[in-house]
Design a protein around this ligand. Sequence first.
Ligand code: HEC
Length: 295
Amino acid sequence: MTLPRIFFAGAFACLGIYLFASAPEPLPDGVVEVAGCRHPVNAVFDGVNVINEVARTIYTKRIVGGGKAAGLKFGEDWQEPGVEQGPLPALFLRATAAHMETLPPRLGLYLGSDAPINKSNLFGAAQMSVFKQIKTSREAVYSEDPQSGFVAMYPDVAGVAPCVTCHNEHPDSPKKDWKLNDVMGATTWTYPTSEVTADEFLGVVDAMYASVAHTYETYLSKTAGFEAPVKIGAEWPREGARVLPELDVFLDEVKTQASPAVLQALTRDRRHPDGRSSQDVLAVQADGGQAPCGF
Ligand code: HEC
């Protein structure tokens, strides 16, 4: 046996001993054994969903609403060269989701429907049956499916008239009688494991903020080539003010509004690896016991 072979044989033997002696036991439902506190994936979904809702609302009301009053345009072809437009809210979400797919956390996001304008937004069979529940309950539903792992769906409601008119008038819309307050679809999140560590939780939150920032920045850089200039600075657009807030101003607003709910999601329902909940751990502490789980 030559030297390198001996070396590799030794290395594999050590690895074998390591795997035999200390590799974590695989757990059911995609749970990975970790030393610290675990957070249920549903709390992660609730946290990122708030970021998405806040970003979409600020974008819809203040950028699209204010921007239209200032003479800016928004449409489906906004990314085409020579088109002086910004993304529609649904496309803002789609661009954000597309960017998130390029980042390490395996978080999936899409806006689906049972009667979509864009056929690629049609729910698959498993998700369609969950969506039926949402249409009546109008509440988030958490489920599992063999393809995506863990899934959370939040209803997407026609909260303002333009949702209804634009979809009803759209040539590709298979449904022409949407009404105000209808559940038009669902914001759908997927993640492969049932629980995450605090680092993984924050990694997902960071990825979501970074993706929102990336989409907004793409829009801002597009406006730099517009024939009629748009001033980028501290102000938000409104009638008579053809301006857009710079990236930091936009992102700060999203973070300010979303942070309390994100923190609430991060601090609720924590579980110690031995199965104790955050409530149990607090009780142990009150009795003068050890403070595991980051308390
Ligand atoms: C100006 C037009 C317009 C407005 C306003 C609008 N949408 Fe859409 N919406 C679209 C288009 C176009 C798509 C397809 C985008 C794509 O290619 O994925 C879409 C996609 C969607 C989808 C995914 C399913 C599908 O139809 O492809 C949902 C759900 C949705 N919109 C809900 C809403 C809601 C709720 C509102 C109001 C808050 C709204 N939309 C406002 C044009 C609009």
